[in-house]
Write a protein of this length. Structure first.
Length: 438
């Protein structure tokens, strides 16, 4: 293989097109020679766009061509590259591998494993070179972000290096993406965590109730809105000594002062009765009800356990065509309803239950709060019809239509004394009229 300084850009371009069958030019190239413990030359190309079959497991990947002392050995040597780098095209020419190499021997060959280790290292170097040019890296990241995140999930040895390539939108980044390095550089001195929120889209998470207290304290939150982020973030526990904290899970550390912690304990004691009452009403729908300081403008939200699925992960798993329902039973999120003690709705609800613990309309309001919290927290409604019934009732109240309120109360609450009630006279009269017609 020729030396890098002897090859011109247009030669790289024509060679790339010949080995990849791509009609576009490559985005970046890495031409190198490794000497020492083993000796081989390599030429690696990163395409400008993701191939159509990038995630098609059945299609043969024609990526790295293997040569031994300039003798062609294999058209598609999958052992040379891990799955997350399957989009990289190129040629490798080894001086150490034997010429009479079969596929069975290839899989057991230690030299090949060393070559793979070096190729992964060179690929990461190449990606960091691309990152020096903002426009080129944007093109690269738009096409191959999923593969980089797959690398976080699969490649434990290089996880910290790959993490440098991650880019996310955040509460402070606007339309641009921010790296974890930039996030850490502009963190507050007292901040111990890198905060993030997972969801379906940027639009869905940027106005989430989970962000209210974090925004008020001027803490930046990363938006993880790609389904693969849920898998990658489980493996990436921390970055440069800063642990990653999910804004939608319980036990969120907001860095409260001692005075704020004391005030929180007092609020918790004051609202203990309301929490118990709401838990009794909701029953098994929630694991517990608590007072929280993570909200500012919202009355309540539903958080999940620290180690279970988040609401977004639950949504992703439900969408799997071949999902295992038995796994869902014990991984399903255990919901905790957190209420905002400073919100007028929660204060009024406390007073209402204080005046009359068996207030039927207050129970209806609790269910309505729970169901709206389900939606704003990223969950799906268990019973959309009962929710719509409560909303219709509110619409009727707003329009001063009072005819069907009592019937709806009985229907929604599902009280056991429904059978004992006599039907309204209007219905009896209608029945009598019908008999006369017959």
């Amino acid at each position: 293989m020729r030396k890098p300084d002897e090859v011109k850009n247009d030669e790289y371009s024509s060679f790339y097109k010949s080995i990849s069958n791509d009609w576009e030019e490559h985005l970046a190239v890495k031409h190198f020679k490794v000497e020492g413990q083993l000796e081989f030359s390599g030429l690696l190309f990163v395409p400008k766009r993701a191939p159509m079959e990038m995630f098609d497991t059945k299609k043969k990947k024609n990526n790295i061509k293997l040569y031994v002392r300039r003798v062609f050995i294999m058209d598609n040597c999958e052992e040379l590259m891990p799955d997350w780098l399957s989009f990289v095209k190129g040629v490798v020419d080894s001086e150490d591998l034997p010429l009479n190499l079969s596929r069975e021997n290839l899989q057991q060959n230690k030299i090949l494993k060393l070559i793979q280790k070096n190729l992964v290292k060179k690929c990461i170097e190449l990606f960091n070179e691309i990152a020096e040019n903002e426009e080129d890296f944007k093109t690269f990241y738009d096409s191959f972000a999923k593969m980089i995140k797959l690398g976080i999930h699969e490649d434990a040895k290089n996880r910290k290096k790959i993490a440098e390539l991650l880019r996310y939108h955040s509460t402070k980044s606007g339309d641009d993406r921010v790296s974890l390095k930039q996030y850490v550089e502009r963190m507050k001195e007292s901040q111990k965590h890198i905060y993030y929120i997972t969801g379906e889209s940027k639009a869905a998470v940027e106005n989430s109730p989970f962000l209210e207290a974090l925004k008020k304290r001027d803490l930046e939150v990363l938006f993880l809105v790609d389904p693969i982020d849920e898998y990658a973030i489980q493996q990436l526990k921390d970055y440069k000594g800063k642990t990653l904290a999910c804004a939608t899970k319980e036990g969120l550390d907001l860095g409260l002062t001692e005075e704020e912690k004391k005030a929180k304990e007092e609020e918790k004691a004051a609202f203990e009765g309301l929490c118990k009452k709401v838990k009794d009403i909701l029953g098994s729908k929630v694991e517990k009800v608590a007072i929280s300081d993570r909200m500012v403008g919202s009355p309540c939200s539903l958080v999940t356990g620290e180690y279970g699925w988040s609401a977004n992960m639950e949504r992703i798993m439900r969408a799997q065509a071949l999902r295992d329902s038995t796994m869902s039973q014990y991984m399903m999120a255990k919901k905790t309803m957190e209420m905002n003690p400073a919100h007028p709705i929660i204060k009024a609800l406390k007073d209402k239950f204080g005046a009359d613990g068996a207030d039927k309309s207050a129970k209806d309001l609790v269910f309505l709060l729970y169901e709206t919290a389900l939606l704003t927290s990223g969950f799906t409604l268990d019973d959309p019809s009962s929710f719509s019934g409560r909303i219709h009732k509110l619409i009727r109240l707003g329009l001063s239509i009072g005819g069907d309120d009592e019937a709806d109360d009985d229907e929604e609450a599902g009280d056991e004394d429904d059978d004992d009630e006599e039907p309204p006279k209007l219905e009896n009269e209608d029945a009598h009229d019908m008999e006369d017609v017959d």
